[in-house]
Design a protein around this ligand. Structure first.
Ligand code: DGJ
Length: 746
C-alpha cells in the first residue's frame, strides 16, 4: 500500500493492490480528479486519463472537467463542494495547489469520530494543501488508503489564514466526478419502524439528493449511497459506496450534467448551515469513506463491514462476544417494579440469557412517556433498593445488568426543566414543538454537556452496570441556541452533534468496560458516527420478523452483523399485529446481536423450553452470527419479495449458517434451490437443518455436500412435498454447514 507523489506530473497515486485513487494538480493550480477504480500499476503516470487544465469561462466546454474539491462562481456550474461568503459578501474562490505531505498511519479528526489504525503500517495518508490567494482560505484535503481494503477515507480541514472573517455555506467531506452517468443510485430510505429499505433508481440529468435536516441522521435517510452499474448485482459488477461517519444533518447528492458526467458530493447538509471562521479558525469536516467493488454490492458490504467492525468501532467490546439479552421494554413498558424485573430476569437466566436490560421507566416519576426525562435519579417507588439493589440481585443470578438512558432529552414535566427551562432547544418568544411530550437539550452548549456527563456518570457509578442503551426519541425543531450569537446560528446543528460526540467520548472513556448500544426510537441514528462509540445499535423498534427481514437486509448493506441489535418479541407483534412462529422470529433475529424483548411470565412451559433451545443454538454459533461474513442471497426488495435468504460464513469458510424465509405460503410450490456463496468449493460440508426435529430438508440436501455443489446447484429450500405445503405462512429454516475433515464417499 502506498501513497506516492509524482513530482514531474504533480500526481498523487493512492494504491493498495486492490484500488487506485489518482488526482493531479493542473498547470493553473486547480486539483483534478484523474481516476478512482480497480488498482492501476504504481510508478506510472496517468496524466492521459485526466484533464489538462481547467479554464474558467473559456469558450471551450470546460465545465465537465473532473475536479477534486470544486467551488462555484468561476466557471464550474455544477454543485460545489465548498461554498463561502467572504466579508465583502462575495462568494468566489480560486483554490490552487500549494503543497502536499505524505505520512504513514492515519491522523484523527479533532472532535469527530473516524476510522483509525492500530499500527502505522496499516495505512498511509496524504494531505494536499489548496490556497485561495485572494482571500487567504486554506483547504487541506486529507486522504487515507488502508492496506488491503478497497476504501479511501477523505476529510477536509478549512482554515481561515486571511485577515477577514469568512463564512462557510457548504463544506462537504468529499466530492467525486465520474466520467459517465450510467449509474443507478441506491439509498437506504424509510421512516420509524421501517428503516433502511433499499431503493434503487437510475440517474438522470439533474440532481438527486438523500438528506436529513432533522438533527440526526434519521430513520428516513441514512448517510450512505451507492452507485451501481445497471447490471450490477449482489455478487457481480461495479459498485461504489459513499458513507459518511456522521450522526447529524447530511447530504449525499448526485448530479448528472449536460455532458453526461456525474458528480457525487457527500457531507454536512448545507441547507441551514453557515460556519463562521474568524482569522485563524479552522473547521474539520466529518470523514467520508469511499469504497469500490468489482464484485457487486456484496463486495461493498464486505469492505464496510470489516472496516467498521474493526477500525471504526472501538473499545473493550469491539471484539468481544456480545451477550444475549432480555430487554424489559415490550414485556413491561413503564411497569418496572423491582419484583417484576427480578422475575423477568430470573426466567431469562433460566433460559440461558446473559444480560438483563432495564429499559425506560426507572427514574424520576416516569409512569408514562410524559415526564421525568432529565431527572436521572432512581424512582424508589418502583425500585426501593435503588438501581444498586436490583443490579446486585440480577448479578447474583449470574447475569449482567444493563440500563436505558436518554441523556439528550428533557420532559417539560421534570425537575431539570423547572430549574433550567432555557436548556431546552427553542426560539425565545416562540412555542416549542413537543414530540413524545419531550424537548431536546441544547447539546451545543458545553455547560449542558458537562451537566449531563456528571449526572450520567453518577448513575453509572451507583450500581454494577455492564451495558447502557442510549436512546434519542425525537428530532430537533425550532433550531436555535442561546449559546450562539445571531450570526452563528447556522452552526447550531453541527455543534449539537459535536456536543453529543463529546458526551459519548467522555462517558465511554470513563466507563471503558460498559457495552454501549445506541438507539434513536429504534434505528433513527444508525450511522457510522454512533458506531465509533457504541459498537452495537438497536436496529428498529419494529420487532416483527417479516418487517425485520427488510430492515436487517437494508441495514446490512453498510453495517456489520456485530452492530445490529435484533430481538425476539411477543405475538401478536406490537408494531404490526402479525403472529409469526417463535422459531421464525428467532431465525431472523439470530443474524445480529441477539436478544429477547417480551415478558417471560406470559410464556408457556413449551415456549420457555423452545427459547432455551434458541439461546443455546445462538451461543453455539455466536461467532458466526456476530462476526461472520454476511452474504445476501435473495432479496425482499426484488420480485415479489416473498422469499428471502441470507447467510453468514466463517472467515476460513469452514462453517456457515444459511437463513431462508418464506413470508406467505403458496399452494403447490415448485422446488427451489438457492445457490450459496463464500464457501470453499473444495470442502465438503455436513448440512444440519434448524429448528431441530425437522430435518426432512437436511435429508433432502444430503447429509454431506460439496462447497462447489452448494454454490452451483444450491441448497434445496422448498420441495414439492405435502408437509411443505402444510406449513403455513411465515416459515423459516436455517441450514448449518460444517466442513468435515475427511472427504466422504459419494
Ligand atoms: C424507543 C426505543 O427504541 C425502545 O426500544 C424503547 O427503549 C423506548 N424508546 C423507551 O422509551
Amino acid at each position: 500500500m502506498v501513497a506516492t507523489w509524482n513530482g514531474a506530473t504533480n500526481e498523487l497515486h493512492l494504491h493498495n493492490g486492490r484500488i487506485s485513487y489518482v488526482i493531479r494538480a493542473l498547470e493553473d493550480g486547480s486539483l483534478a480528479q484523474v481516476y478512482f477504480g480497480p488498482a492501476l500499476a504504481p510508478g506510472r503516470s496517468y496524466v492521459h486519463l485526466g484533464p489538462a487544465h481547467f479554464e474558467a469561462f473559456s469558450d471551450r466546454q470546460t465545465e465537465f472537467v473532473a475536479l477534486e474539491y470544486p467551488t462555484g462562481g468561476a466557471g464550474d456550474f455544477r454543485v460545489p463542494a465548498l461554498a463561502v461568503e467572504h466579508a465583502d459578501g462575495s462568494s468566489v474562490l480560486h483554490l490552487a495547489y500549494a503543497g502536499h505531505r505524505i505520512s504513514t498511519g492515519k491522523p484523527a479528526i479533532p472532535g469527530l469520530p473516524s476510522t483509525y489504525v492500530e499500527r502505522l503500517d496499516e495505512a498511509e495518508s496524504a494531505e494536499i494543501l489548496l490556497v485561495d490567494a485572494e482571500g487567504g482560505l486554506e483547504v487541506r484535503l486529507l486522504y487515507t488508503i488502508f492496506a488491503d481494503q478497497p476504501v479511501v477515507a477523505r476529510s477536509v480541514r478549512i482554515r481561515n489564514a486571511g485577515t477577514a472573517r469568512v463564512t462557510l455555506r457548504s463544506a462537504m467531506s468529499a466530492s467525486l466526478d465520474l466520467p459517465d452517468s450510467r449509474w443507478d443510485l441506491l439509498q437506504l430510505a424509510g421512516t420509524w419502524a421501517r428503516e433502511r429499505h433499499v431503493v434503487r433508481r437510475a440517474l438522470a440529468p439533474g440532481r438527486v439528493a438523500v438528506t436529513s435536516g432533522r438533527g440526526a441522521s434519521s430513520h428516513e435517510a441514512n448517510p450512505f449511497v451507492a452507485l451501481l452499474r445497471p447490471t450490477t448485482t449482489e455478487d457481480h459488477g461495479t459498485a461504489l459506496g459513499f458513507s459518511l461517519v456522521y450522526s447529524g444533518n447530511f447530504r449525499a447528492e448526485a448530479e448528472v450534467d449536460p455532458f453526461g458526467t456525474t458528480r457525487l458530493r457527500l457531507g454536512i447538509e448545507p441547507e441551514g448551515f453557515a460556519w463562521t471562521l474568524e482569522p485563524g479558525d479552522e473547521l474539520a469536516t466529518p470523514e467520508a469513506i469511499l469504497a469500490w467493488s468489482e464484485t457487486g454490492l456484496g463486495g461493498l458490504s464486505d469492505a464496510y463491514h470489516r472496516l467498521y467492525r474493526e477500525r471504526l468501532a472501538r473499545g473493550a467490546w469491539r471484539d468481544r462476544p456480545r451477550p444475549v439479552l432480555l430487554n424489559s421494554w415490550e414485556g413491561a413498558y413503564f411497569d418496572v417494579r423491582a419484583s417484576r424485573m427480578l422475575e423477568m430476569a430470573t426466567a431469562a437466566r433460566d433460559m440461558g440469557i446473559e444480560l438483563f436490560v432495564l429499559d425506560d421507566g426507572w427514574f424520576g416519576e416516569r409512569d408514562a412517556d410524559t415526564s421525568s426525562l432529565g431527572d436521572w435519579v432512581v424512582d424508589r417507588r418502583k425500585l426501593p433498593d435503588g438501581l444498586d439493589g436490583l443490579a446486585r440481585q440480577v448479578e447474583a443470578l449470574g447475569m449482567r445488568f444493563g440500563l436505558w438512558i436518554e441523556p439528550e432529552m428533557v420532559s417539560p414535566r421534570s425537575r431539570l426543566f423547572t430549574a433550567h427551562p432555557d436548556w431546552a432547544i427553542g426560539v425565545p418568544g416562540r412555542p416549542r414543538t413537543e414530540s413524545r411530550s419531550q424537548l431536546v437539550l441544547d447539546m451545543s452548549r458545553p455547560e449542558i454537556v458537562d451537566h449531563l456527563f456528571g449526572a450520567i456518570r453518577d448513575v453509572l457509578r451507583s450500581a454494577p452496570i455492564s451495558y447502557v442503551k442510549w436512546d434519542y426519541n425525537r428530532n430537533i425543531t425550532e433550531p436555535f441556541s442561546l449559546g450562539l450569537p445571531a450570526e452563528r446560528q447556522g452552526e447550531f446543528f453541527h455543534r449539537y452533534v459535536l456536543g453529543v460526540y463529546d458526551l459519548y467520548d467522555r462517558l465511554t472513556r470513563e466507563f471503558p468496560e460498559i457495552l454501549f448500544e445506541s438507539c434513536a426510537g429504534g434505528g433513527g441514528r444508525f450511522d457510522p458516527g454512533m458506531l465509533a462509540f457504541a459498537p452495537q445499535a438497536w436496529t428498529s423498534d419494529d420487532t416483527d420478523a417479516v418487517e425485520r427481514l427488510r430492515i436487517q437486509w437494508g441495514t446490512s448493506i453498510v453495517y456489520p452483523l456485530s452492530s445490529m441489535g435484533a430481538h425476539v418479541a411477543a405475538v401478536p407483534n406490537h408494531q404490526v399485529g402479525r403472529v409469526t412462529p417463535l422459531a421464525t422470529r428467532a431465525a431472523v433475529a439470530f443474524f445480529g446481536v441477539f436478544g429477547y424483548e417480551l415478558d417471560p411470565a406470559a410464556l408457556s412451559p413449551d415456549e420457555r423450553r423452545e427459547i432455551a433451545g434458541q439461546v443455546a443454538f445462538y451461543k453455539t454459533h455466536r461467532e458466526l452470527f456476530q462476526r461472520g461474513r454476511f452474504l445476501r442471497l435473495r432479496s425482499p426488495f426484488e420480485g415479489d419479495g416473498n422469499d428471502v435468504a441470507w447467510m453468514t460464513v466463517a472467515e476460513d469458510a469452514r462453517h456457515a449458517v444459511v437463513g431462508w424465509y418464506r413470508i406467505l405460503n403458496r399452494p403447490q410450490p415448485g422446488s427451489d434451490r438457492i445457490p450459496l456463496r463464500g464457501l470453499d468449493p473444495a470442502a465438503r460440508y455436513r448440512v444440519t437443518a434448524w429448528p431441530p426435529g425437522d430435518d426432512s430438508m437436511a435429508a433432502r440436501n444430503a447429509v454431506e455436500r460439496g462447497g462447489d455443489d452448494l454454490m452451483s446447484a444450491g441448497i434445496l429450500v422448498v420441495a414439492t412435498r405435502p408437509e411443505t405445503a402444510a406449513r403455513g405462512d411465515f416459515q423459516a429454516r436455517l441450514f448449518v454447514l460444517d466442513a468435515v475433515e475427511q472427504p466422504a464417499t459419494d
